[in-house]
Write a protein that binds this ligand. Structure first.
Ligand code: NAD
Length: 480
């Protein structure tokens, strides 16, 4: 608009024009998108659309750079007012800088814009370079690096059994498992051959005791899951299993102490209330006990609680409920804390006892229904896998669920207070997992209802005996 004074245009448009960018931050700072304003300051001096002398720089269509300037002599002829000089894509940066610098400063045109114009050329040229792929982000810190590089070797000891086979299947199918070693006193070559045909990444090997099989299976293991032992027959309590399974667990954990002392040990073999203290004593005697790495798997009690309350929770997917189940892993040492369930549950008072009883003795339902053919195996494999997968996730540094597990409380952060409150050292509580294992034992007992606190008292009594029995088995071995 050559017939209107630039100052007038500025006065009219300074508060409102298409180039203006108003910001709320930094005290309401204002910028300009004016192509003829390489500084981007919104001011009379730099607004290219009003200033008779202005410079603009743009990428040209063919990959070069265009310099736009105004012809001060041609203000009366708007069509010819703009002059564009285009530098081809092959012109060297140096040459463009030189031309742009001289075009801005020559004859006192806009020397104040020389630097910013050259900087704009540089930025344009850089933006025209072919995009380099961003290298994959590298984990930071020595631990993260190690975790990412590491192949996760999982071992199932007792892999041919009722639990061992489906558990090995789930582990073989898991994308989180890199290598799987199966050990048992029988049948592992067959189980391993069968599973090895599954098209999942985990490399798989089966071992028998011959030829140093236990040593070979355990060497380099990161996580060892132990479902070895004999299962319950009708009429047997978990404690009846003790004599046989105590010896099996002791032998296997001795192997762990020797061949994979840093491994995370997940004990499924019953009675968990005693086999975990046995494992702790064996590891202690070998000088390699790290309480943060020893877990009794009580997940089946949690899984059962989630399932059995479904009719009161109304959850379509029962696993969406969170129910802390604490204490131990047999009969009345198992204490489901329904009052702390999330989402909250409304259990009718007349149904409460039966529900608690069903969680505590749910295993009996299966033992009875299988009628001599063993105890829970498929649901246990599911539960064992859920817990094992959680441990692997934590080890790999990814998010894992806080789930109840039977641990040596004084050795786990936050556990001391629970040990003091209950009077037992081994107890199942929700435990936060991290790359080093149990990172924190959560004291949920304080929030329990009076009714539940009474159940905990009963559980503690039973637990004390079970734990002592386990410790005693190692310290004062029964005569052979
Ligand atoms: N933690 C739980 O919630 C839970 C639930 C169900 C069962 N269990 C327990 O898990 C254990 C296994 O149950 P199952 O039904 O799979 O029994 P199973 O008899 O079907 O399998 C046990 C396997 O362990 C093997 N085994 C025995 N001694 C061994 C040794 N020294 N080294 C390696 N392997 C050995 C056997 O050969 C067999 O293949 C039992 O102790 C059972 O009570 C625990």
């Amino acid at each position: 608009m050559s017939n209107v004074s630039s100052d007038l245009i500025w006065q009219i448009t300074r508060g409102q024009n298409a180039f203006l960018v108003k910001r709320n931050d930094a005290g309401g700072v204002q910028f300009s998108r004016d192509p003829l304003n390489p500084t981007n300051y919104h001011s009379r001096k730099y607004a290219g659309f009003v200033n008779e002398k202005a410079i603009g720089l743009e990428s040209s269509e063919n990959g070069g750079v265009s310099l736009i300037a105004k012809n001060a002599s041609n203000t009366q002829n708007p069509a010819k007012n703009i002059r564009t000089t285009t530098f081809g894509p092959n012109t060297s940066n140096r040459k463009i800088y030189k031309s742009v610098a001289s075009a801005s400063a020559k004859n006192g045109y806009r020397a104040d814009l020389r630097e910013v114009a050259v900087a704009r050329v540089s930025a344009l040229r850089r933006s025209q370079k072919p995009k380099k792929d961003v290298p994959a982000s590298k984990p930071r810190g020595a631990k993260a690096k190690k975790a990412a590089e590491q192949d996760f070797l999982k071992i199932v000891l007792g892999a041919s059994g009722g639990i061992g086979q489906p558990l090995s299947l789930l582990l073989k199918a898991s994308p989180l498992v890199d290598e799987l070693s199966l050990y048992d006193v029988v049948n592992t070559p067959g189980v391993a051959a069968d599973l090895s045909h599954i098209s999942s990444p985990a490399k798989l090997q089966g071992f028998l005791p011959a030829d140093d099989g236990l040593k070979k299976a355990l060497t380099g293991a990161d996580v060892v899951v132990i479902p070895a032992g004999i299962p319950r027959k009708p009429g047997m309590t978990r404690d009846d299993l003790f004599k046989v399974n105590a010896g099996i667990v002791q032998t296997l954990v001795k192997g762990i102490a020797e061949f994979s002392p840093k491994a995370f040990v997940l004990i499924i073999s019953n009675p968990v209330n005693s086999t975990v203290p046995i494992a702790a004593e064996v590891l202690k005697a070998a000088g390699v006990f790290d309480p943060k790495r020893l877990f009794g798997v009580t997940t089946l009690d949690v899984v059962r609680a989630e399932t059995f309350v479904q009719e009161y929770s109304g959850e379509k997917d029962p696993s969406k409920a969170t129910i802390p189940v604490v204490g131990g892993h047999s009969g009345d040492t198992i204490v489901p804390l329904f009052s702390l369930a999330k989402p909250a549950l409304q259990i009718p008072a007349d149904k409460y006892d039966a529900l608690v009883n069903r969680v505590q003795f749910g295993g009996d339902e299966v033992v009875k229904a299988k009628d001599g053919a063993g105890s829970a195996t498929l649901s246990m494999a599911f539960a064992g896998f859920r817990f094992a997968e959680n441990v692997i996730k934590a080890l790999k540094g990814t998010k894992s669920e806080t789930e109840p597990t039977f641990v040596y409380l004084p050795g786990v952060p936050g556990g001391d207070a629970i040990a003091k409150a209950t009077g037992v050292d081994f107890f199942s509580v929700p435990v936060e997992l991290g790359p080093d294992g149990a990172a924190k034992a959560i004291n949920v007992l304080e929030g329990a209802s009076e009714q539940e606190k009474k159940l905990v008292e009963v559980a503690v009594k039973g637990l004390k005996t079970n734990i002592e029995k386990g410790v005693d088995f190692v310290k004062n071995p029964p005569p052979k």
